[in-house]
Write a protein that binds this ligand. Structure first.
Ligand code: DGT
Ligand code: CA
Ligand code: CA
Ligand code: ZN
Length: 583
């Protein structure tokens, strides 16, 4: 592990906050804050800048800060920060950012009431203790409570890219226990939603106690919210809440079905069960009489698999990603569920970056990594010249890069086909960032929105249409430009965009990065219904990002997408024939 620019900036920001709480000179406080801002805006790796001796050329970075950056680059930590943390409880940083608090009050609460976490603060405000402090009153106390509530709304849902690895790790830990017969993630995380309210885990066992004990005793648990024989809940240090339920193997199917949800899917399932004379809950299918009352004397049907639940009700098995009551039950009844795409259908990645723009690995490294992941072909698509912040390529550099790609392909093309592409900016004024005669020389052209994302619907739609109608553009990257948690999708006339993509044969991307997942499932579903071509790509900026593909596949599955709708399931012959038929 080595610290990224972003992580180094975050550490300086926290140092600044802690110095401010401690009451240090404001110039010192600001020097760290400005350094953090500079680092966030730097388009190049600090490691490279440091190796060139260029750190102190950056604004607001003098010798002291540069030495601290070097220390972090070399040791992955900062002693100054560690010393500050020993002195100022780190939870105060979160407290000072609550609306209505600030550094002075954070310090006051800490010194007068020993408050060091947001939870402490909430408890003190709830019991009226804050109002008695100097400079405080009932009004300011209420304002703080409102601020805490706003904060919890903001951080209320975790991104699946954070929640899934954490959840999987917990499940794996529990399954190490000999008492655990079987385990699964349930709830929204199993359905693959983009954001997760809390994580739901089910374990089958005859002996719940050791499983519950290990769960509440994990080292990353911040608070135990409940610890019982069938259900426990914890809050992790990351803030993520996790529910664990332990049940007997014989009821696994009904339980997993119930706790996977969604609520709306469950409601429909219960209706269907009732129509067939059963009451369905997490424990069993219980026969009912004409008044829908459970017949106690009748034998209940236990299901040890989900398949059995659906089968008993005369339904096709519904994959979790479809369980949103958006037509899946009707389709399951008619035997008309789609054959959803899987990760193994995907044999190429059409969108990735290299050190030529803002990627962390060379073209050769990316190629070797794609080979290791079993891809048959790949496209290098660095940013274009307008995107200065991402070190976008001038025309000269683009052509030089294409040359390098073709040389590498000549060298290792027996192991993977490497195509020379670009992720070209659709500029804010609607122009393409490279002229047609340059695009004509590329193997594959992505066009993406990166700026002007607040523009009005007509303008954004027109920009997307310009790109789709350009005969050299093969694909629109992350079409709505949404980013979790804060960046909303652009406002566009999607009916018009999808229709144009269909007409001109342009591919729309399903970007697999969990912070994007764009097209979103609803739009992906509309697109494939209209016959628009799709592609699921990682948009990798480093080797590790190539492993984000499953998030894109899950997102596609939530859009009812099948392998036949997705071009990077095609073998290379078919894909290159398709390219040959485009300008
Ligand atoms: P989340 O946590 O907000 O991302 O969404 P879910 O779907 O994971 O919701 P959660 O954790 O409250 O509950 C997990 C599943 O349990 C939910 O999808 C359906 C089921 N469930 C929860 N409460 C009820 C209920 O009152 N009735 C029924 N039929 N099912 C429920
Ligand atoms: Ca949940
Ligand atoms: Ca839950
Ligand atoms: Zn990209």
């Amino acid at each position: 592990m080595s610290l990224s620019n972003r992580e180094i900036a975050d550490i300086f920001e926290r140092c600044s906050d802690m110095l401010q709480i401690r009451g240090d000179n404001i110039h010192r406080v600001l020097s760290y804050r400005r350094a953090a801002e500079t680092i966030r805006a730097v388009p190049r790796d600090l490691r490279v800048i440091s190796s060139e001796g260029g750190l102190t050329d950056l604004s607001y970075i003098g010798k002291t800060i540069a030495a601290k950056i070097d220390e972090m680059l070399e040791t992955d930590q900062l002693e100054f920060y560690e010393r500050l943390r020993a002195e100022v409880p780190e939870g105060l940083v979160d407290i000072m950012h609550i609306n209505g608090v600030g550094p002075k009050k954070a310090k006051l609460f800490w010194q007068q009431l020993d408050i060091t976490t947001v939870a402490d603060l909430q408890a003190a405000a709830d019991s009226g203790k804050l109002a008695g402090l100097p400079g405080m009153g009932a009004k300011s106390q209420q304002k703080i409570l409102d601020g805490i509530e706003a904060l919890s709304r903001q951080t209320g849902r975790a991104n699946i890219g954070d929640a899934l690895p954490a959840a999987q790790q917990i499940l794996d830990r529990l399954l190490e226990l000999p008492e655990a017969q079987r385990g699964a993630l349930a709830g929204s995380i199993r359905r693959g939603r983009e954001t997760i309210g809390d994580v739901d885990i089910l374990v089958a066992s005859d002996k719940a106690a050791p499983i519950m004990d290990r769960f509440v005793g994990m080292e990353n648990v911040a608070r135990v919210l409940g610890h019982g024989p069938t259900k426990s809940s914890v809050e992790l240090l990351s803030g993520l809440q996790v529910d664990l339920r332990v049940l007997e193997m014989a009821r696994w199917g009904t339980a997993l079905n119930y706790f996977t949800g969604s609520l709306a899917h469950n409601v429909k399932m219960r209706q269907i069960a009732l129509e067939q004379g059963f009451s369905l809950n997490e424990h069993a299918l219980s026969p009912v009489d004409e008044n829908k009352t459970i017949i106690e004397s009748a034998e209940k049907i236990l299901c040890d698999s989900e398949e059995k639940v659906y089968e008993t009700l005369g339904l096709q098995y519904v994959p979790p990603e479809l369980r949103e009551d958006s037509g899946e039950i009707e389709a399951a009844r008619a035997g008309a569920l789609p054959r959803l795409i899987t990760r193994s259908d995907i044999i190429a990645d059409l969108h990735m970056h290299s050190t030529w723009s803002d990627g962390k690995n060379t073209i050769r490294e990316m190629a070797e990594a794609c080979i290791a992941r079993g891809h048959q072909y790949m496209v290098i698509t660095d940013h274009s010249r307008s995107l200065g912040i991402a070190n976008g390529l001038s025309i000269e550099r683009l052509l030089a890069q294409a040359e390098e790609v073709r040389q590498l392909n000549a060298e290792i093309g027996d192991r993977i086909q490497i195509l020379a592409g670009t992720e070209m900016d659709i500029k804010a004024d609607g122009e393409m960032d490279y002229p047609d005669e340059i695009l004509a020389q590329m193997d594959f052209v992505i066009a993406s929105l990166h700026s002007g994302l607040q523009q009005k619907r007509e303008q954004v739609t027109q920009r997307l249409l310009n790109a789709i109608q350009n005969p050299h553009v093969d694909m629109i990257g992350h079409p709505s430009a949404r980013q979790f948690p804060n960046r909303e999708a652009v406002d566009a006339d999607w009916d018009a965009v999808l229709a144009a993509a269909q007409e001109h044969g342009a591919i729309l991307e399903i970007n697999a990065n969990p912070l994007r997942l764009d097209l979103k499932p609803e739009l992906a579903r509309m697109a494939k219904d209209m016959g628009v071509l799709l592609a699921v790509n990682t948009d990798a900026h480093r080797i590790a990002h190539l492993d984000l593909m499953p998030y894109g596949v899950t997102n596609a599955r939530r859009g009812w997408v099948e392998a036949r709708h997705v071009v990077n399931t095609w073998d290379f012959d078919r894909f290159s024939r398709w390219l040959d038929n485009r300008p």
